[in-house]
Design a protein around this ligand. Sequence first.
Ligand code: GDG
Length: 722
Amino acid sequence: MKKVIVVANRLPITAVKRSKQVVFQPSVGGLATGLSSVPDLRSVWIGWPGMTSEKLNSNEKEFIEKRLAEDSFRPVFLNQNDLDLYYNGFCNKTIWPLFHHLIQYAVFEQRLWQSYDRVNRIFRDMVLEVADPGDIIWIHDYQLMLLPDLIREQLPNATIGFFLHIPFPSFELFRFLPWKKEIINGILGADLVGFHTYSYVKYFLDSIRRILGLENTYGEIIVNNRLVKVDSFPMGIDYDKFSNAATDRNVKREISRIRKNVGEKKIILSVDRLDYTKGMPGRLEAFEYFLENYPEFKGKVTYIFVAVPSRTKVEDYRFLKRQVDELVGKINGDHGTFEWMPIWYVYSSVSFSTLVALYIIADIALVTPLRDGMNLVAKEYIASNVDFKGTLILSETAGVAEELGEAVIINPANKVEIAGAIYDALSMTDKRQIKRNKDMHQRLQRYNIKKWAMDFTGTLDSVKKMQEDLNTKRFTMDAKNELVASYFASSNRLLLLDYDGTLVHIGESPEKADPDEELLRILTAVTDNEKNEVVILSGRNRETLENWLASVNLKLVAEHGAWIKEKEWEAIEPPMTDWKKEIRPVLEMYVDRTPGSFIEEKDFSLVWHYRNCSPELAQVRVKELKDFLLTLVANLNIGFIDGKKVIEVKDMNINKGKAALKWITKRDWDFVLAIGDDCTDEDMFSVLPDTAYSLKVGLGSSKAKFNVGSVKEVRKLLEALA
Ligand code: GDG
């Protein structure tokens, strides 16, 4: 039976020695807590058990293996040298700081890199031992970025997903990594690459473009003839576990215990691993600034500061510990009294019950990382407070801020702003807090950890299906040669070409899709041949096509077939636009509710663009909008196109198929070629004669006979016909 193999640096439980006995305890950290609550998905988990080989004799190793096997965990044993150079070295002194944009902490050393490479191969060997054909191999995080490709080399057809839990850096920082090409190639061994946010997706795709010269179409890239998809999957939490905790007996007991000690004071809480990315010194300084500038709160507020020991072998972390100790000491010394200690500093991990009790009792959660892949603490705080009370103060530089926009968003480098936010939060009326928290709460409930994991593995399945489709309909060299031969054997040829995504690559700014010199040269050469009639069929408006393509002798179709130009522009149908006044207010409402989206008005259609929005939010809104439009289309005789990051509402009678037919029926062509990339081009493919050649750019099912990988390939083909 097909199984899911989760591969991560650490197992969800850690082996430790207590009085010479090996015992096990849960691992702390976002990945372990998150994934361990999705048991249905965890058939086998491969990872390091937390103790180096030197500390274990062979009996103990065997004991660990046996005990872990009961939970389908497979340990990868690492020695002290690996731990120093790979884990404490390359992972935490090179990748961690660089990927968090804190390059001043990063070291670049060949021997650390070599160890990283070696350990990734050790993990590969364990995966090869465990994997059977058809299994899903899901690799996690920055410690194992070479692993996808190392496995791919050995198992070319394996189903591999890779998820990065930390940020991916902008190219301007990533370019400093001496092994950047190896890292990118390593990750691209996966079929699906996931990040928490769309910004990291963009940075990753940008690096691929700059380093490997590979373009993507909406996150799909062809790597060595294989489709790889890159997308964002914002990790959720085990919502039920946190939202049900308020009624748990142990949690209630903890709440009373803490309340007894703190009294009626307001509580500010922060919980993080002691890590320089979490912005702890800045946060403490902001708290100090708050006490100095809002002295009326002295004696009335307690800051519970939980710092979980982390990476204590790395010098930068030890330095941070000293810095935090000093700051806490100074603030308590300067402001504390016999009756009141401003900061309760806990340098250890706490039990789950204590953690949730703290979440529930805290009036403010102060989550101010300098940079954070996601930050689950912020989500857990909101989910635990089922009465929707409490204020979340959140860094704009944490991945989670893209999702929890209703939190009080601050700049972690601005202590004045943070202190002001604390003051506002302590003075905020319950009503405002409740409204904000309720909205966030509902989203966390919807997109929980299970949904996240199912979403990722479901997408991975669909990528495999797309790869299969592509393989059966791939535009091979033989197919290309046959097309070119047929072209040269004919004298009466019709070429029907879509523009965006077919002749030009659509990047993040579609308004900048004007033709480059190469394209104009190719189009001129093809149209100059008098045996050819070349038509561009586009969704763009007349003015744009005119401006961009006036220098070439082309026939044009604008607005998906609403306008046709042989010599002058003509409307294909009498305009019917009465429906616009009903639809426009609806789309405007969606613009208001979906930051980053906008409306484009064309002569015969209205288009809602959502490419700049948070993908998760957009997904929800698209579904709502489509459901709503479905109730209107019959009455108004309109249809809508669910295009690439757009919903276009238009007159039903207008489509590229009708426009294409006008040319197809015009003459007895002995060669017809149609090329397009999105669903609007399917109308064109469906009216072609059987003998026609048709190509879809990109992957996925299509009525076209073949799939081609990219705009580059289309241009090469047209060049061969020129
Ligand atoms: C990485 C990325 C990303 C913490 N202290 C205690 C404790 N925890 C639990 C929290 C939470 C988790 O550990 C911490 O998760 P974060 O997301 O805040 O941070 P990282 O460990 O840095 O995680 C991060 C994450 O991976 C997931 O992809 O969000 O950006 O850096 O679940 O509850 N749990 C208990 N006692 C503690 O003292 N019981």
